[in-house]
Design a binder for this molecule. Structure first.
Ligand code: AMP
Length: 223
């Protein structure tokens, strides 16, 4: 059987991370997020992290060759053999072409895109509070503020903001998204492979809609 990959597309702040984690738990396959991989490299002080950081801090995309190499090393891991959920990749048409070629015969893919109106995106990303202990514990300064400031309600871990979630950088990420990543949506739409999902609902409703759209053949069991 050819393993199944779910590609989750959408602008910054659309909820890709939250939904990709839930789908990965449903499917029992890894969540592969290029942004998380870069942040781990930055934290570990690797050469890749050092090179990626200047792009990330200003809201620009890391060059394709750095991203694709890192991605293919990751998905060559045995744990990805049965499939994976891809979050934050591809972000350029070049990356999408490389991915199409790299998947050929090894994996088949479903491509879902989370649609959220622009005005909601800046507000969502700019208020995001992440938990240092568990990436699944996501708060928001306005929509789901923690009971105690700076402390995760679920586990007591410290909450922090991503360096690139400040409004100026979010605005630049959105501009870059429109310029370089929107054509990726078009790329999959033209191939008849795009499954649009309304991302402007509660996280539970988006999760339900995603599961329905992706179909029971892809998402089995789980919550
Ligand atoms: P994310 O966590 O997906 O929002 O990614 C954070 C940042 O990492 C982005 O703003 C980019 O600078 C970089 N990044 C992540 N994935 C990619 C990608 N596929 N191509 C280029 N840059 C990326």
């Amino acid at each position: 059987m050819v393993a199944q990959v779910v590609i989750l597309l959408g602008p910054p702040g659309a909820g890709k991370g939250t939904q990709a984690r839930r789908l990965s738990a449903d499917l029992g396959v890894p969540h592969v997020a290029t942004g998380d991989m870069f942040r781990a490299n930055v934290e570990e002080g690797t050469e890749l992290g050092r090179r990626a950081q200047e792009f990330m801090n200003t809201g620009r995309l890391v060059p394709d060759d750095l991203v694709t190499e890192m991605l293919f090393v990751r998905v060559d891991g045995v744990d990805c053999g049965d499939g994976f959920v891809l979050d934050g990749f591809p972000r350029t048409v070049g990356q999408a072409d490389t991915l199409d070629r790299g998947m050929d015969g090894r994996w088949t893919s479903s491509v879902a895109s989370l649609e959220v109106p622009d005005e909601a995106l800046v507000e969502r990303a700019s208020g995001r509070l992440l938990c240092r202990e568990d990436g699944n514990h996501i708060h928001h300064a306005i929509f789901s503020p923690p009971v105690t400031e700076g402390v995760c309600d679920q586990c007591g871990g410290a909450l922090y903001r991503r360096d690139d979630d400040v409004p100026e950088v979010v605005a630049e990420r959105l501009r870059v998204y429109r310029e370089q990543t929107a054509p990726v949506i078009e790329h999959y739409a033209q191939n008849g492979r795009l499954l649009p999902v309304d991302g402007n609902q509660s996280p539970d409703d988006v999760h339900r809609a995603l599961r329905e759209t992706l179909g029971s053949s892809t998402v089995e069991g789980g919550k």
